[in-house]
Ligand binder design. Sequence first.
Ligand code: GLU
Length: 306
Amino acid sequence: MSAAPSTPGAGRYAPSPSGDLHLGNLRTAILAWVLARRTSRAFHLRVEDLDRVREGAEQRQLDDLAALGLDWDGEVMRQSERGAAHQAAIAELTARGLVYECYCTRREILEAPSAPHAPPGAYPGTCRDLSEAERERGRERMRELRRAPAVRLRAEVSSWRVQDLWAGEVTGPVDDLVLRRGDGVLAYNLAVVVDDAAAGVDQVVRADDLLSSAPRQAHLAQLLGLPAPEYAHVPLAVNREGARLAKRDGAVTLRNRLARGESAAQVVGRIGESLGVAGCRTAADILERWDPATLPSDPWIVDLPG
Ligand code: GLU
């Protein structure tokens, strides 16, 4: 009997519906699709709509991705519909003593002296070991501020290692990250872990501003008994000054380019050229011609005419 083929997992693209996708987002989406399809994985789309939602943006984003030639498997997952699974994960961590309430304001966190040996920017642990009386005072204060306490992970490690397709082995800090915010919104770092695992995602392709979050997320996955995905963080798109590409940089979205008389095929062509392959007209051309080993490690400098 021959060995059973290993089940291909899935890749995904997970945009936040806060506006139209710009060229950098579109390039990341194409790379996520290409890497998934190259490895016979399924490809899923997840709308990260827990926060920062702009009316109509979701449908526009999906239409733009389709216009570049991307397709996806199954229904689009909406993070806002996943509340029960997110709460179940928090309940499980709570039952294991792995969470605590945090009564700090953002300002207090910024102004607090950092804990010894803590990585820069890490939560200083102010609320980690409070007495019950101190917690009661904290809750009282939250009532006055009309906020709920945030819920934080009681991290048991200070760093964690992940595997990235291009960056290789990356070890990064893990702190007592927020799992549920004071306004009741579930934190991105928890949602991403729970939702990727639920969809069978084992390959996470996204922009490299999130590389530093990967160790936290992989550690959280481990605590929840979920497999960590392999990561592939793609360099950001920047403007001529080297700042992250944004709306103020002009005609940077697909729709802007179409309004300037470019075709979707020409936009794919630009993205292909940024990857070192000329003459691509659809995402399928990039799938066929691009070698992932050649991904430039520098940001993509988007320098558009007009
Ligand atoms: N929603 C995030 C973004 O649009 C991406 C999160 C992820 O891919 O893990 O930047």
